[in-house]
Ligand binder design. Sequence first.
Ligand code: FAD
Length: 423
Amino acid sequence: MDFGLVELTPEQEEFRRSVRTLLDEVVTQDDHDFQRATGNGHTRVAHAALGAHGLIRPAWAPEDGGIGADKVQQRLLELEFDRAELIQVSAGTSRLVWSAIETFGEKDLVAELKPKYARGEALFCLGYTEPDGGSDIAAAKVRAVKDGDEWVINGSKIFTTGAQNCTHCFLITRTDPDLPKHRGLTMFLVPLDTPGVEIQGIRTFGGERTNIVYYSDVRISDHYRLGGVNDGWTVLRGPLDEEHAFGQETDGLKEPYGRGFTPVLERAYDAAVEWAQTHVRADGTHPIDDPVVRIRLAQVAADMERTGCVDGPEGRVFGADVIVRCSADLVDLVGPEAVLSYGSDGAGAGETAAPDGPPVWRIDFSHRFAQGTPTYGGTVEVFRQMIAQHVLGLPRPNFPGSKAFINKRGAVGAPGVTRSVAS
Ligand SMILES: Cc1cc2nc3c(=O)[nH]c(=O)nc-3n(C[C@H](O)[C@H](O)[C@H](O)COP(=O)(O)OP(=O)(O)OC[C@H]3O[C@@H](n4cnc5c(N)ncnc54)[C@H](O)[C@@H]3O)c2cc1C
């Protein structure tokens, strides 16, 4: 394996410089403050600027709204987004579902949405989870009933992250309750400005904004159906596999899945190191003078490094494990200051240490943010089952509550298949 630095060509350097200049202009301190205050997940002006420069889907050809970026350029973009701390939750959900829209949507729907999406005017959120449960997506109860040329949708979805920013929801509905559960589902791309859609915000412990979305007699044209009636599971498979990182090949340039949460932890770590170097103890020494402190920081650094070596579903589980464990370690190491949130006295207000002291609020942020990471996009428990079955080839688990276990004892009403292991 070659761990050498990649030499960029002058053109690649120029591309990186131009992206950095653009992001420095359009991602402002006000944007950071807004995101930290609201957890909104979408940076409107910056996203529009990226659209205007063909950088929302950079690999697309210019006639489709991209710049035909190669893999190195795409990687440089990712690195610059990270450096600028550009929050792109809604851009991320849009990216997950676009290929399903393109594959299963009517031609004129795709033709209408593609340029809007590339320009940053259309965004898509994920409407899978319902208040009764998210792991078992195929048990969806939100009803869609055909009425003439229209569909009438009723029910509610929870954790529809970014609904407040998005134009459409990629919504899985139940169209035939009499069919086996995976076969009675139909997928729609519901315009969120349709009468009867009500979006209510939920703030998580980690400060992120997500939503409960109510659908009350929401009437949409058949034009917004993706794929066949009762064939919604087929439409869902691609975005779900992508979210679960199944079948993705590492090419050495793409960010490994394990590092998905690491940038937040890295910033907390940098704050902790700065704290250890600058905090003055009663005896006049700095925490960094203590070998135990150095060892604990080094352990976090080593774990962060290892997240870059694990890809696919294993990376998702390991990345969540590292941010949860290491953020707690940093809180323990730094002490009470590490639970001061952004904007509190003593939390280090600025982006850099001087003159307010190290930004220890980043440790608090990482610790709170970490708590959601083992849940969204499918829980780590469910991922562990996927890894056992689909990566290691082990048999389906047999434990109290599982279908196999209950069936063995002759019970009825087994709970069914999860979002991950269903086929
Ligand atoms: C911040 C945040 C953002 C989210 N964003 C979205 C979004 O944009 N769109 C969306 O549709 N959903 C979203 N979700 C929902 C998320 O995908 C679900 O929370 C997740 O899939 C788990 O579903 P649940 O919370 O209903 O838990 P449940 O499915 O009720 O599970 C409860 C517990 O049982 C365990 N469990 C369930 N089934 C199994 C099994 N087969 N084997 C072992 N253990 C099992 C789970 O691990 C969990 O610990 C978001 C969630 C959060 C917290």
